[in-house]
Design a protein around this ligand. Structure first.
Ligand code: PEP
Ligand code: MG
Length: 753
């Protein structure tokens, strides 16, 4: 295919020139030399081959600063002195956009920056290309000449290919001390806290990067054969995927687009062209992938972005086929692993379980169920750590500060030392909280708030004793479904639930029936392609429409109780009829179990989670029927403010202590009080001491939180006069304040421990 296109001898000659350049480059790289010496030789070699007066290499010193690291043609005294900010000058523009700048009249270009120390005013032609490796920006390679002309396409191609090889070699450490910044220097990431707590550990990449050790290849024919074979294999694997019986029409349509890419002639042709220029098959794939990633950053259209993402994914698969480095690279998980990933689902996180010391994500959201899982497992978590997957290498030392949302990668010893002090202090504080274990959460003016714990894993059970919880206010049964690769059986569940009740030793446990959908997707259930899953077919809606699993779960619960009291809670009830229908299922199963000769619970309580504003306005009948109501603050808040709990950008705008939200909760407390319906709050906010105080001020007397929060929440409640906080709330409301937070923080500052 590639051969057919190259009829002209000129094309062949140009390609062999580029190959020659690459071969010379490889020879330089193969000769033992110090890093700086190599860089100097390379700039000399490129300028010589391209017949330009100048060739310079700029590399990133830190995320925003480029430094001139080697040059042929500019003043040598400027090396390691001239620095540019990202976006500054033409070089900075190349770095920021990840795309080449090619001009015959550099000084007239927008953004041109005159750098007298380099003597560059003499050169009017400028060609700069990014040195990047799959989205990781490493630097900029520049050639300049006096002759005022734009560079020809084949010259741009050649320089891009060279930049690609430089990127690979930089990554492999070929420039030693001259490029010490790469994957060696300490880097700090400022993200957002997903779960409090601090930890020290070693990086464990969820999707390890593929390492390419052979960017230059001598024999294009062999490389072309290799890439064709690999693309063939890739195509077959996608065809197989499409044959899978479980796919519905829409999924097939999505995969069809994916398949089109894999079969795209243009994609393969571009990679073959790069191979003709001297790159290995792997480097050719990466070059295409880098270009696609740069485009991805620029494209606002979401459809196109998704397609480019497809291409990115295909490139990864292709690289894995070519290098034989599968998901499992053979690396062993280090001790104290800290998971680093772009994003992760709750099920995958549960697979790793408690062995993780921390989780750091590039994307993610505080309100996501992955964050809920991290919280349930008490794993410090930082989200929005931009670019960390490109920076971190398996095994690197990493410090996770989940309180501040900060991550230190490869930290200096002084930073690590003070961090360890902080961890020790937190452990000390936890010990102090342990002293409160058997004391009630009674405020100084005599109000007692009952504190329960949230649970979902067997590993949570010891906390029932250790935390001093009054019981389990929310048992998320879906976690047991999420950690399995197939639907659990009734008997297995019954045994599990029985163990929970045994551990609770008579304390109440509110078993929430299966809450799936939204971002909780069971790997063995047909995924739903919904435009808006958070408001889609989830939780009780699934349970009522397809009651098989719900009924099986209710049977398991009744059997687990073996006559003991049982508390069942239905998630996401939006109206009375859903509750009556769900409740009827309980009675039907109770009847069935009884007729089968099983013991039935001596006491049965059936409650609902209030997670949609509509339920707050349900008929009185609902409050009379429900034995208890538990406010699912995570979902309720997202629907109250119409702000997606998984979308950090909008989620952060709305404070839980917002007066409108607190007034709404107060209304719910009033309705429950009027009907004698027990009320609790089990969203994540209950576990945040300041928020818990606000909730108590508007009337909540029971809250359920992760076990580690019970101590801090109790400590604050015990030293607070709730009447005073209530008064702050009344005043803030009367004054039309947006949030109770400023007044509350002020009060706390004036009433130190
Ligand atoms: C809630 O929505 O507040 C809740 C407790 O349920 P989940 O976080 O599991 O959706
Ligand atoms: Mg919920």
């Amino acid at each position: 295919m590639g051969g057919e296109r190259r009829e002209s001898g000129v094309g062949d000659r140009r390609e062999s020139n580029s190959r020659k350049l690459l071969r010379r480059l490889r020879d330089v790289l193969a000769t033992p030399a110090r890093g700086q010496e190599r860089l100097d030789r390379i700039t000399h070699l490129i300028a010589d081959s391209m017949q330009t007066e100048v060739c310079s290499i700029y590399l990133f010193r830190d995320a925003d600063t480029l430094e001139l690291c080697a040059t042929q043609g500019l003043k040598k005294t400027a090396v390691h002195k001239t620095r540019l900010k990202l976006g500054e000058g033409l070089v900075g523009r190349v770095a920021r956009t990840g795309t080449p700048v090619n001009t015959g009249n550099a000084p007239s270009e927008k953004g041109f920056r005159f750098m007298p120390e380099t003597g560059e005013e003499l050169y009017s032609s400028f060609l700069g290309v990014p040195i990047q490796r799959v989205g990781e920006k490493l630097g900029v390679l520049v050639v300049q000449s006096k002759l005022a002309r734009a560079f020809e396409e084949h010259e741009v191609d050649a320089i891009e290919v060279v930049a690609m090889v430089l990127a690979e070699m930089t990554e492999l450490g070929a420039f030693g001390g001259a490029v010490e910044a790469l994957h060696k220097q300490p880097v700090m990431f400022r993200g957002t806290s997903g779960q409090e707590g601090s930890s020290e550990g070693r990086v464990w990449l969820h999707e390890p990067r593929v390492v390419v050790t052979n960017p230059v290849a001598d024999d294009p024919l062999t490389e072309i054969e290799r890439i064709r074979a690999a693309v063939g294999e890739l195509r077959v694997s996608i065809d197989d995927l499409m044959e899978a019986e479980t796919l519905d029409k829409e999924q097939k349509a999505v995969l069809e687009a994916y398949r089109m890419f894999a079969h795209s002639r243009g994609w393969l042709r571009r990679m073959e062209d790069d191979i003709q220029k001297g790159l290995s098959a792997e480097a050719a794939v990466e070059k295409e992938q880098s270009a696609a990633r740069s485009r991805l950053e620029q494209v606002p259209d979401s459809y196109l972005r998704e397609r480019l993402q497809d291409l990115d994914d295909l490139s990864n698969r292709l690289l894995r086929i070519l290098t034989g480095q599968g998901q499992d690279t053979g690396a062993t998980m280090p001790e104290n692993p800290v998971l680093v990933a772009r994003n992760i689902g709750p099920g995958e996180l549960l697979d790793y379980g408690r062995k993780l010391k921390g989780v750091v994500l590039e994307d993610g959201s505080v309100g996501s169920h992955a964050a809920v899982v991290a919280r349930a497992l008490s794993i410090p978590m930082v989200i929005h750590a931009k670019n960390i997957t490109a920076e971190a290498l398996n095994g690197n030392t990493i410090l996770v500060d989940g309180d501040q949302g900060i991550v230190h990668l490869r930290p200096e010893e002084t930073v690590a030392r003070s961090f360890r002090d902080k961890i020790a202090m937190q452990a000390e504080a936890q010990k102090r909280y342990a002293e409160y274990r058997d004391l009630p959460a009674t405020t100084t003016d005599g109000e007692t708030i009952t504190l329960y714990m949230n649970a979902g894993l067997m590993a949570d059970l010891p906390s029932l004793e250790g935390s001093g919880a009054a019981g389990v206010g929310l048992f998320r049964t879906e976690l047991q479904f999420l950690i399995r690769s197939q639907m659990p059986k009734r008997d297995e569940l019954a045994q599990l639930y029985a163990r929970v009740l045994d551990a609770a030793q008579g304390r109440p446990v509110a078993f929430r029936t299966l809450d799936i959908g939204s971002d909780k997707v069971l790997p063995y259930m047909k995924p739903q392609d919904e435009p808006n899953p958070a408001m889609g077919w989830r939780a009780i809606r699934v349970g009522l429409d397809k009651p098989g699993v719900l009924r099986m779960q209710l049977q398991a619960l009744i059997r687990a109780a073996k006559g003991r009291p049982l508390t069942v809670m239905f998630p996401f009830i939006s109206e009375l009829s859903e509750f009556t229908e769900a409740r009827a299922h309980v009675f039907r199963e109770l009847h069935r179990e009884k007729s089968l000769g099983h013991l039935v619970p001596q006491k049965l309580e059936i409650g609902a989670m209030l997670e949609t504003p509509s339920l707050a306005y349900a008929p009185d009948e609902f409050f009379r029927l429900a034995d208890f109501v538990s406010i699912g603050g995570n979902d309720l808040k997202q629907f109250f403010f119409a702000a997606d709990r998984e979308n950090e950008r909008v989620r952060k705008r709305y404070d839980t202590l917002n007066i409108s939200f607190l007034s709404f909760i107060e209304q719910i407390t009033r309705r429950c009080l009027a009907h004698g319906t027990r009320l609790s709050f089990c969203g994540e906010d209950a576990g945040r001491p300041i928020e818990a105080l606000g909730l108590a001020a508007v009337g909540l007397r029971a809250m359920s939180m992760r076990p580690a929060s019970i101590g801090p929440v109790k400590a604050l409640l015990r030293r607070t006069n709730l009447g005073a906080i209530r008064a702050l709330y009344e005043t803030a409301k009367a004054q039309g304040a947006a949030s109770l937070r400023p007044a509350l923080m002020d009060w706390l500052a004036n009433h130190p421990e």
